[in-house]
Design a protein around this ligand. Structure first.
Ligand code: HEC
Length: 218
């Protein structure tokens, strides 16, 4: 075998070996979305539980766990009031919504509302979301545009979002404080024109558009 041929073969062998090791180690990944074959396992592919899934490891069989007592969120602060402590919350947040009711804030509120609240309360806030229709809760108390809810203070609505109310779960550890206030502004807007979707920035907040409308802002 001539020397140039030997050199060419050596280069091809090195390239092939590099490619194979690259693929196996997961460093060359562009041709597949599948997790790489782990020769030396690292943390790319690991066992995890899905939030709404089952986990028999825990006594209540729920995969989603509450934050460990006494721990603090990395961003923001923990919500200080228990579900039933509406009076303290109303006193503490007596100043009302700290955010200005601008179009940007409303669009953010709409985006978060459509994501977190519409499954139960529907996009219009009328309480007949998909989950309610399938038997969760009763539409009357879930209707955010009913007279009683319209008379709630901003602080009370913020409190319900943060700490929950009866069977409604608390969202303080899932939605940032500033976003919860943006949602309060949006709930107010839904209450102004019950049963209709508000128009923001010239676009009607349709169920489909509403949830994608402000994706940029996430
Ligand atoms: C898992 C379903 C569910 C989700 C998601 C949910 N809620 Fe609720 N919500 C309820 C139920 C059920 C009630 C009625 C509780 C009761 O009977 O007092 C309720 C009640 C309320 C009330 C009080 C209404 C009243 O007239 O007393 C407000 C305000 C409220 N929700 C706002 C929100 C907002 C804002 C979000 C999104 C951040 C949200 N909820 C997400 C189920 C849900």
């Amino acid at each position: 075998m001539s020397t140039p041929l030997k050199i060419t073969l050596a280069i091809v062998a090195v390239l092939l070996a590099t490619f194979t090791i690259g693929v196996l180690s997961g460093k060359i990944w562009w041709f597949s979305e599948e997790p790489p074959l782990m020769v030396i396992p690292d943390m790319d592919d690991q066992f995890h539980l899905k939030p709404q899934g089952e986990a028999h490891f825990f006594a209540d069989n729920r995969a989603q766990r509450d934050p460990v007592e006494g721990t603090l969120p990395r961003v923001g602060r923990t919500y200080p009031f228990a579900m039933g402590d509406v009076d303290s919350a109303e006193k503490y947040f007596a100043a009302g919504n700290p955010l200005p009711k601008t179009e940007y804030v409303l669009a953010r509120g709409q985006n978060r509302f459509n994501t977190f609240c519409s499954p139960c309360h529907n996009y219009t806030g009328t309480g007949d979301g998909l989950i309610q229709k399938r038997g969760f809760g009763n539409q009357e108390t879930m209707n955010l545009t009913r007279q009683q809810a319209r008379e709630y203070s901003d602080a009370k609505i913020f409190h319900v979002i943060s700490a929950g109310q009866n069977i409604m779960p608390a969202y303080a550890d899932r939605i940032a404080e500033v976003d919860r206030w943006a949602i309060v502004h949006y709930v107010r807007l839904l209450q102004e024109t019950p049963g209709t979707l508000p128009t923001l920035g010239g676009h009607a907040a349709s169920a489909a558009a509403g949830s994608t409308n402000s994706k940029r802002m996430q």
